[in-house]
Design a protein around this ligand. Structure first.
Ligand code: NAD
Ligand code: UDP
Length: 326
């Protein structure tokens, strides 16, 4: 298969590309490096089947030759990033998704949109099945991301219905693992960085809000299965995540313990519109893809902490790293 992955220099994209290359695909990564890193891709340039295109996905996407699939991941994804890049996030979700769908249509390629659990907003239904329409504040601080993704889903369905593009929509829940940036602002990377430096872990609000965290290799397996799925109803959105739900305060204690850190907890103000609860219903993913997450939170956190202790040397307090290694 010849596949375009937009946003492939990012956290999820780089793991997906690694997997696609292992499966024998030729992969073209389109990325403007706004939140992604060149070093995420460095290992594959010598494999002959990997090509990097430094391009903004909001611009016209030109490719010669046939394509089998377009996987559209390009978008800032962490609240810190999308609040720093609000207009780019909205326009990426709108124009960028339009370009990526246009490319898939022109090439008669399958299209997969990386959507998000944020389409459910601050959910009034718990846990969240795909049939839930969500509770999003359209003018709140998170709306630039949430509405961009809701628009991207609507555009994807319009291309499916009107232009008969073979589309897939993955609603991805909070995902973590190696290659997260130390300062991406997401809760797991922040807590790990703080724990390894022996600094207080900044828990927002009272820490009773919940999230359900999926390890990145589990997510990638789900994405690959969805991309390969030929079932007639495969165009309808599918939740991909882990249903093991934790409070943020419990997560802080778990990260400190697993990192062997003496860090305390510091409570900081809860950001506006921060969702109170989040947990996926995974029945559809199980039935459609015969998929379920395999990596438990402790196991995934340990792998991520071990990676971060190596990859973020400038951020690690020597004593904490030694305690962790011990
Ligand atoms: P990331 O920030 O690490 O990666 C996003 C990539 O997209 C980066 O390489 C960035 O440079 C690129 N990009 C952004 N705007 C672009 C543009 N206009 N043109 C070209 N490239 C552009 O984020 P991630 O965590 O890897 O997320 C990847 C996708 O998965 C996103 O669409 C995100 O919304 C979705 N998602 C991720 C999570 C998660 O927990 N990681 C959860 C839900 C959804
Ligand atoms: N959070 C926190 N401390 C931090 C960063 C985030 O307590 O240093 C909280 C955040 O307010 C939210 C949860 O952790 O309740 C998950 O945040 P993240 O940005 O990782 O993901 P999202 O809110 O998009 O699910």
């Amino acid at each position: 298969m010849r596949v375009v992955v937009t946003g492939g220099a990012g956290f999820v994209g780089s793991h997906l590309i690694e997997r696609l290359l292992d499966l024998g695909c030729e992969v073209h990564c389109v990325d403007n490096l706004s939140t992604g890193l060149r070093e995420n891709l460095a290992a594959w340039h010598d494999r002959g089947r990997f090509f990097f295109h430094f391009q903004d996905v909001r611009e016209y996407l030109a490719f010669s030759g046939p394509l089998d699939a377009v996987v559209h991941l390009a978008s800032p994804a962490s609240p810190v990033d999308y609040m720093r890049l609000p207009v780019a996030t909205l326009m990426g979700g709108a124009l960028g998704t339009h370009r990526a769908l246009g490319l898939a249509r022109a090439k008669r390629a399958r299209f997969l949109l990386a959507s998000t659990s944020e389409v459910y907003g601050d959910p009034q239904r718990h846990p969240q099945p795909e049939s839930y329409w969500g509770n999003v504040n359209p003018v709140g601080p998170r709306s630039v991301y949430d509405e961009a993704k809701r628009f991207a889903e609507a555009l994807t369905m319009a291309y499916h219905r009107t232009h008969r593009v073979d589309t897939r929509i993955a609603r991805i829940f909070n995902t973590y693992g190696p290659r997260m940036r130390a300062h991406d602002g997401r809760v797991i990377s922040t807590f790990i960085r703080q724990a390894l430096r022996g600094e207080p872990l900044t828990v927002a609000g009272d820490g009773r809000q919940t999230r359900s965290f999926c390890y990145v290799t589990d997510l990638v397996e789900g994405l690959v299965r969805l991309l390969r799925c030929d079932a007639p109803q495969a165009h309808a959105p599918v939740n991909l995540g882990n249903a093991d739900e934790h409070t943020i305060l419990n997560l802080a204690h778990a990260v400190a313990r697993l990192a062997g850190s003496a860090s305390s907890v510091a409570f900081v103000p809860l950001p506006g519109d921060d969702p109170h609860l989040r947990r996926p219903v995974l029945d559809r993913a199980r039935q459609l893809l015969d998929w379920q997450p395999m990596v438990a939170l402790e196991q995934g956190l340990l792998r991520t902490i071990t990676w971060a202790a190596q990859a973020w040397p400038g951020f690690v307090d020597g004593a904490a790293a030694e305690r962790h290694a011990a």
